[in-house]
Design a protein around this ligand. Sequence first.
Ligand code: ADP
Ligand code: MG
Length: 304
Amino acid sequence: MEFELIEWLAQRVPAHPSLRLGIGDDTALLAAAGETLVTVDMLNDLVDFDLRRDDPRRIGRKSLAVNLSDIAAMAGRPTAAVIALALPRTGGLALARELYEGLLPLAEQFGVALAGGDTNSWDGPLAISVTLLGAVSPRGALTRSGARPGDRILATGEFGGSILGRHFDFEPRVIAATALHARYDLHAGIDVSDGLSLDLHRICLASQCGAVLDLANIPISQAAVELAKQDGKSALEHALSDGEDFELLLAVPPEEARRIVAEQAVGVKVTDIGEFVTEAGLWSRASDGVRSPLAPKGYQHALS
Ligand code: ADP
Ligand code: MG
């Protein structure tokens, strides 16, 4: 099965200008200049998707998309991916092909070379690990640690309820991030993979500051509203704590933030949702201006 899959991949995967050697040798050979971003994300059956009901093409797409989101958070340009598959023995070959049929169009859309991978079969559930490389923008990598008190908190897109489908079909914010970083002065960035409040808290920790969220300004998705009707939590709570939005949070000096919000020139709505402050911690601010402490909430893998 492994050989058959690799044969199929070697035919199916398009050539890429920066791949001197792709699928077929012991390693790939990539032409690259300068600093390289490297990230890896693993998806597991019954954690990140459910193979009993989810289309394998959407799962394959997601496995690359989550990594594209990390490269976007650093304002980088994705270049090449290597992919490790642990396939269930039964039906593994057909499943792998479906995964790639979902993944390859996204790779092509973002100019990512599929440089190689590894294929195992076993008696356990499906696991997909994608390692993605990226080129650093001419202005350098955007990190989590550059937020300063007084910076505005900008967010792309809308939040909450991604479990209703957007966690598969989201658009990784690569183009928006690159455009913003090229045109405006950004201080810090993160992608929201685990929850708006939790990932905002992570920027605060890395930047040694705090943040105040203006609750009335948080863009709440229709899916969050739908989910709220089903489970009794408010749509705002969903927006603040649901995982897998894969939107960006940015720290931007106030004058620059005003321009970004006024110009709206990066293909996705950018909203000002609050500000970074000197005191460590997270607060919410209601429309009457009253601040209350806000516990960072979101998805965390349980470990003991
Ligand atoms: P080796 O045993 O030398 O590590 P493999 O037999 O695992 O090589 O892989 C052969 C070739 O197929 C390599 O170029 C590898 O990168 C590629 N490959 C194997 N599995 C995958 C996969 N799931 N996706 C993409 N490329 C793969
Ligand atoms: Mg080898």
